[in-house]
Design a protein around this ligand. Structure first.
Ligand SMILES: Cc1cc2nc3c(=O)[nH]c(=O)nc-3n(C[C@H](O)[C@H](O)[C@H](O)COP(=O)(O)OP(=O)(O)OC[C@H]3O[C@@H](n4cnc5c(N)ncnc54)[C@H](O)[C@@H]3O)c2cc1C
Length: 329
């Protein structure tokens, strides 16, 4: 099991390599084996059940889904416990976590959405547990059954991210959701620009995968992805593979601390990078932004205190984009 997950983490990209070879609809086929493999590890009976062609339970599942809708694991009104199957390091400060649930259910999340996690961290004056809650964006295919993956940057002083880092396989995490951020509709815009910093890549990946796995979606995507150093770039191999296989996806990286051999951009995302790398202001354009507060200020202005979109400022405003053309995650 550990070996399997290490492989998955390394790569997250590798799982997708197989997928590219199978063309559109790749995510489903790429993940079908792991689900079977996981079931096989956690119990031979489930494996036989999932793959048996005699009673064809997959087919029966599909009929049931048509009649009743798919079973979903998330509940927006109730904290639900999900078991950590395994975790693996993907960079010096970021880890991939896989949580499991009923293998016949989907997570129940539309693109683009996040979920809320909570953990008892510390105690109040009466000795009762104090809960910390934080939102995270799953990066697994929303159609996957039985599991979801979170990519989490672990901060030295971070309450929830340190809690994640302390979890062991078999431990549970309380989750509620989904929380819908931006309802993505295929072909809603001709060209989507994205600006992401560090772990702000996770909602972008959700949208990118929704577009690329749908053969009827012809949206172009241009991603500018900023990080501290080349080693900090998350999911680079996966993004590069996706861009190589899909001409409608372009990715440009920039780092604050380049190495000698670095070939991408240098420093913060600049006006020049935005002009060259993003679709220009237009009704057919949407620019998605997600990153740390400093970057948000610089690019678009942060969100308002009540978490609404807030005023547009920064580079995007200076370049002529309007509030309707920009979405801040
Ligand atoms: C909609 C949404 C989706 C998100 N999805 C993800 C995701 O998929 N993966 C992910 O890793 N995070 C994601 N985040 C961020 C996440 O919710 C937490 O804010 C983050 O994990 C830090 O929480 P913490 O409790 O560990 O740190 P806190 O206890 O809140 O902060 C402690 C210290 O950590 C540092 N710190 C915390 N956050 C940042 C930051 N953004 N930039 C720089 N320093 C920081 C600061 O020094 C801070 O003082 C998302 C946020 C939102 C709003």
């Amino acid at each position: 099991m550990a070996a399997f997950f290490q492989r998955l983490a390394k790569a997250t990209p590798t799982a997708f390599t197989a997928a590219f070879n199978s063309g559109s609809g790749h995510s489903r086929s790429a993940f079908r084996f792991p689900i079977g493999a996981l079931a096989a590890v956690s119990g031979g009976i489930s494996y036989v059940y999932y793959h048996s062609s005699v009673s064809d339970p997959v087919y029966l599942d599909e009929i049931k889904e048509e009649q009743t809708g798919p079973k979903v694991a998330l509940n927006p009104n109730k904290w639900t416990e999900f078991k950590l199957q395994d975790s693996a390091r993907v960079s010096h400060n970021t880890q991939l976590f896989r949580f499991t649930f009923d293998p016949t259910a989907k997570l129940g999340l539309d693109v683009a959405s996040c979920l809320i996690t909570r953990a008892p961290i510390g105690q109040d004056a009466e000795g009762k547990p104090k809960f910390v809650t934080r939102p995270y964006t799953p990066i697994s295919d929303p159609e996957s059954k039985g599991y979801f993956d979170l990519l989490i940057k672990v901060y030295p002083e971070g309450k929830m991210s340190q809690h994640f880092a302390s979890l062991k396989p078999g431990d549970v995490l309380e989750v509620k959701g989904p929380i819908e951020k931006l309802r993505y509709i295929p072909n809603m815009k001709k060209h989507i620009g994205m600006i992401a910093g560090g772990s702000g890549i996770t909602p972008m990946l959700q949208v990118i995968e929704a577009i690329l796995k749908n053969p009827d979606d012809t949206t172009k995507v241009s991603l500018l992805y900023a990080n501290v150093s080349p080693d900090d770039i998350l999911l680079k191999q996966k993004l590069d593979l996706l861009a190589a296989a899909h001409p409608n996806l372009k990715v440009y990286y920039t780092v604050d601390n380049p190495t000698k051999s670095w070939k991408g951009g240098k420093g913060f995302i600049s006006k020049d990078m935005a002009v060259k790398g993003l679709p220009g202001p237009s009704e057919d354009t949407l620019i998605l932004v997600c990153g740390p507060p400093g970057m948000m200020e610089h690019i678009s202005g942060g969100k308002a205190k009540d978490w609404s979109q807030g005023e547009l400022s920064g580079i995007l405003k200076e370049l002529g984009y309007t509030e309707e053309m920009v979405y801040k995650f």
